[in-house]
Write a protein that binds this ligand. Structure first.
Ligand code: PRX
Length: 633
């Protein structure tokens, strides 16, 4: 599945465009199927309807686990590094991971789980999180993992939307010096959720928790029950290629987060292929992805992609800056990591601690580096290259999205010539296209536009859970017959792609996707707030910060306290990741005569670029803008 030279990449790419079905069929033949497909692809972007490998039968966990047992059962699948460096690490071989997944799959069955059920997972970054995910897939249940930083309200929204009947969680989680009471947050969420019958609770932090009779059970007790049945086997449920594998909620420019749906066959082929090819993974290499399984990066490139390839993955529970900013480098040294895949925000944050934290660390094991989540600015690119890669490691800057399932535009390590700040070229099978505001293709090189994809790829989303129309309008209706990414993009003279950021009302804060509408809704729930508008502004570490303009007419003396109250509201309603960095109280928002908020102007003010606000002739009340400019933070 790996191309070995740039010439080969160009050939393979051409084939993937001219004969996409043949191309993907050849790739799919590298995986284990219980039955092969009747048809490789059936599609239209109008409805949209996308079906890959229709008629094929498989279980992704047989590809992630069983397939490796005979030859590589003793190969480490997961090396787990705890939050506290003094706690023992854990290694699970493919055989051990297989057995634990089967055991827990039996636990799920004992607790009433069956094929097609939706199961919410809200857990710390411990091996049991990967085990829970794979156990769901083993029995054909659809997992919906919710990142451990989301609030009770956010979890409740997700559980209700997917009508989950089981929740898998832990007593608490450790992140740096913080302890997060996961079970208690789940308890708060479940007050609103009638569909949940069972909560399975892993012991991690030994935080006291309240266990509800008949509903809540301990992971460890349930495992004992299946152990006594001596049950380390669990037959893998036969899944159709187009059966749902998981739902993952992500933010958009409007409304509540939507449940992006990925299916079994195409997602497996796509994540396995892209992992193998872009990172040029070789057996025996140690791969470390610093993401959390709560995000798509963790799903595709900690769990499924690497496991289908029999890779050894490091899984890290903690944060890069604790106990100190050398933590990631200590992990690299400890496990002799060969491939390090991280995010620009982490790189910038570690950069800001100065060179002392990298001095004396042994990076000699590293051969390949990767980045994901937001544009990797040139300064950070060079620092990563020089200080970590020692000028010897290609930087694989992977552009992709929750919706794309896997890498789309990305260098292939040691194959694609690199350019700092560029995601470079589309991977085989990916057909990007730039369009102008009217959807007209912008051909040629040295151009910029909105990034679309014109042909399906196996890892793409199939629908948004419970609301197919929302999937259509969000991704396939802006430009007919194209998938619209929401990103702006530049294609330079060499045909290289550089992603310039979102062109919609979605923020990218430390690589986390946040809808401005969601944050505004949360702010507006505060009792003193009349209305608000949220925009992004450039932030040295986070990439973007959250800037909120808030109308609060009866503000009392203590406006600082009100700001804190508003921040607290956002944390409670969404989660701390969406908390505004800046709040400016204003007497009104700049609106057009038809009542639309002119965000363009607010964005400029937030960016500090007030000299050139562009056309303000449609403003209802220009005085408001002057006031906001004068009070800008
Ligand atoms: O704006 C792009 C940015 O992250 C968005 C997708 O966010 P999410 O679905 O949360 O997935 C993040 C992990 C895949 C994109 O629309 N983005 C992601 N990777 C890059 C990027 N922007 C620039 N360069 C990247 N490598």
């Amino acid at each position: 599945m790996q191309v070995k030279s740039f010439e080969e990449y160009q050939q393979v790419y051409r084939k993937s465009v001219e004969q996409p079905e043949q191309f993907w069929e050849d790739i799919a033949n590298n995986f284990l199927w219980k039955k092969k497909w009747d048809k490789v692809l059936d599609w239209n972007f109008k409805e949209p309807r996308i079906e890959w490998f229709k008629g094929a039968k498989l279980n992704i966990t047989e590809n992630c686990l069983d397939r490796h047992l005979e030859k590589n059962g003793d190969t480490p699948a997961i090396i787990w590094e705890p939050n506290d460096p003094h706690e023992d690490h854990r290694i699970l071989t493919y055989q051990q991971l297989h057995d634990k997944v089967c055991q827990f799959a039996n636990v799920l069955k004992n607790n009433g789980a069956k094929k097609g059920d939706r199961i919410c997972i809200y857990m710390p970054m411990v091996p049991e999180l990967a085990i829970a995910v794979l156990a769901c897939a083993r029995i054909g249940a659809i997992h919906s993992v919710v990142f451990g930083g989301f609030s009770a309200q956010s979890i409740a929204d997700r559980i209700k939307d997917a009508e989950c009947n089981i929740v898998i969680t832990a007593d608490g989680s450790f992140r740096g010096t913080k302890e997060v009471p996961l079970k208690s947050i789940i308890d708060d969420a479940l007050v609103q959720c009638q569909s949940v019958q069972k909560v399975i609770v892993l012991t991690r932090s030994h935080t006291p928790v309240s266990m509800i009779k008949g509903r809540d059970v301990w992971w460890e007790d349930e495992i004992k029950k299946v152990e006594t049945q001596r049950n380390m086997e669990c037959p893998a449920e036969e899944m159709d290629a187009e059966d749902m594998l998981f739902i993952l909620y992500t933010s958009g420019s409007t409304g509540k987060p939507k449940g992006v749906v990925h299916t079994c066959g195409g997602y497996m082929v796509y994540t396995g292929y892209t992992f193998s090819n872009a990172f040029q993974y070789q057996p025996g290499e140690v791969y470390f992805c610093t993401a959390d399984i709560g995000w798509i990066t963790g799903h595709s490139y900690i769990a499924y992609g690497p496991l289908t390839q029999g890779a050894t993955s490091v899984m890290f529970e903690g944060i890069p800056t604790w106990p100190n900013a050398g933590r990631l480098w200590d992990i690299v040294e400890k496990y002799k990591v060969n491939i390090l895949y991280t995010a620009p925000t982490a790189i910038r944050s570690l950069m800001s601690f100065g060179d002392d934290v990298v001095k004396g660390k042994d990076f000699s094991s590293l051969t390949k580096l990767g980045s994901v989540g937001e544009p990797l600015n040139e300064e950070a690119w060079h620092w990563f290259d020089e200080k970590i890669g020692k000028g010897n490691c290609p930087i694989v800057d992977t552009w992709w999205q929750t919706e794309t399932g896997g890498f789309m535009i990305s260098p292939i390590a040691n194959v694609t010539p690199l350019k700092p700040g560029y995601a470079t070229l589309p991977l085989p099978g990916v057909q990007p296209l730039l369009v102008d505001e009217n959807g007209k293709e912008i051909a040629g090189n040295g151009v910029s536009g909105n990034l679309c994809i014109k042909f399906p790829w196996p890892g793409m989303l199939r629908t948004t859970y419970g609301d197919h129309e929302r999937c259509r309008t969000t991704y396939f209706a802006t430009y007919p017959n194209l998938y619209f990414t929401g990103d702006g993009c530049l294609r330079d003279e060499d045909g290289y792609y550089r992603i310039t950021g979102r062109v919609d009302d979605v923020l990218n804060v430390s690589g986390h996707r946040i809808g401005t509408a969601e944050v505004e809704n949360a702010i507006n729930m505060h009792s003193s707030v009349v209305e608000s508008a949220v925009v992004g502004y450039p932030h040295d570490i986070k990439g973007q910060g959250v800037y909120a303009f808030v109308v609060c007419p009866n503000l009392h003396d203590d406006s600082e306290l009100t700001k804190k109250d508003i921040m607290m509201s956002v944390s409670r309603i969404i989660g701390a990741i969406a908390r505004p960095d800046k709040i400016q109280f204003v007497s009104g928002l700049p609106k057009t005569r038809s009542g639309k908020i002119m965000r363009r102007i607010l964005r400029k003010i937030a960016e500090g670029d007030t000299a050139n606000l562009g056309d303000t002739s449609t403003l209802l009340d220009p005085a408001v803008v002057e006031e906001i400019k004068a009070g800008a933070l």
